[in-house]
Design a protein around this ligand. Structure first.
Ligand code: FAQ
Length: 316
């Protein structure tokens, strides 16, 4: 509904964005800005929660108590990130229930990376190093996003993702100092995850329908290609320290650009995975649906308890 005050409110909104100040839940915002935030924050929250599955698969098979404790802490952190992000999204007038329904019936997405399987324990290290590494590249700029609750959630998430990346790198380093078989496991894992990690940043800028608008609103601070480049430049020296080869024959330092040239990810594979046809899409959603159904009694008990408290409160 358009009101007489709307042009003035829109002016105030535009001025706030131009000053790089924060929009807060109480502020007026254009409907398209709100919808874009709900889309991105929900996708991000769903990614954190679905992202627990590939690593969670290895909790019972961790090679030592120490590795198990570290992995358990990491997977629990991802659940916490999901919760901060669902809460940030709720400040935009949607409920957690709506968001969960949209994830389960395919109306909202989650990151393509979590539709790939984890085939060996080296994958736990590679996810920490490359997937959390890519997440950090993407999310550090989001600490300065224009919507207050999202930016504040990102600050804490980024601190924890840094620990996640370090534990992954340390795990891979330990394996690289081990046997030939362990080194092969690491290389094989990096070969499988490198390209999907590059795809996490989304389609190339000229095929990204949302980037220009999201940049203008200060929701995104960098384009998909800028972030992908930053990730490649960050990962190459780390791969050298580890002693692994990144599986891209086109990867080379470009003196003129002061950046690495690299090959083109397989965008057909990316869109197939995004549109539901990746190696684990069906399994991930099925697992999430089962967990949601199994949790029905907890939600019912919590709702009944809250109702009882409210009744008791009135009676006293
Ligand atoms: N996967 O126009 P754009 C993590 C969709 S968290 C699936 O470029 P946008 C932590 C996109 O939604 C990882 N879909 O879109 C962790 C859009 O479709 P729609 C998650 C993708 O929004 C680590 C369409 O393609 N991080 O890893 C993907 O401007 C380890 C066109 O794309 C975030 O969500 C993709 N990779 O830019 C947890 C960060 N890329 O919605 C556990 C926040 C694109 O119009 C273990 N999100 N699409 O139907 C973002 O920064 C952005 O949403 C992008 C996409 C960069 C992902």
């Amino acid at each position: 509904m358009t009101t007489a005050a709307e042009p003035r409110l829109a002016e105030h909104f535009e001025a706030t964005i131009a000053r790089h100040d924060r929009i807060e839940p109480r502020d007026w915002m254009p409907e398209a800005y709100r919808a874009t935030l709900v889309r991105q924050i929900a996708q991000h929250a769903h990614s954190e929660v679905i992202g627990m599955q590939p690593e969670g698969d290895w909790l019972t098979r961790a090679p030592s108590l120490r590795r198990k404790a570290v992995l358990l802490a990491k997977v629990q952190d991802e659940a916490g990130h999901g919760l901060y992000l669902y809460s940030a999204c709720e400040t935009l007038g949607v409920t957690r229930r709506e968001l969960t329904e949209k994830l389960l019936d395919g109306r909202q997405k989650y990151s393509s990376i979590f539709n790939y399987p984890t085939l060996s324990y080296a994958d736990v290290g590679t996810i920490g190093w490359l997937v959390d590494g890519a997440a950090i590249c993407n999310q550090v700029p989001l600490c300065r996003t224009s919507y207050g609750p999202y930016g504040r959630a990102m600050i804490r998430v980024c601190k924890e993702e840094s620990f996640h990346q370090r534990q992954g790198f340390e795990l891979l380093m330990t394996m690289m100092r081990g046997t030939d078989e362990q080194r092969e496991m690491v290389q094989e894992s990096v070969n499988r995850f490198w390209w999907p990690a590059l795809m996490m940043f989304g389609p190339p800028d000229d095929a990204s329908p949302n980037t220009a608008r999201s940049m203008a609103w200060g929701i995104k601070r960098d384009t998909n290609d800028e972030l992908r480049q930053r990730f490649v430049d960050m990962s190459v020296p780390q791969a050298e320290v580890l002693g692994v080869t990144l599986p891209d024959p086109e990867l080379a330092w470009n003196e003129q650009r002061q950046a690495h040239d690299f090959g083109e990810p397989d965008w057909d594979e990316f869109w197939a995975v995004v549109n539901g046809d990746g190696p684990c899409n069906a399994q991930r959603i099925e697992h999430r649906r089962r967990a949601h159904d199994d949790g029905a009694w907890v939600r019912a008990a919590a709702t009944a308890f809250a109702a009882r408290q409210a009744e008791g409160g009135r009676g006293r």
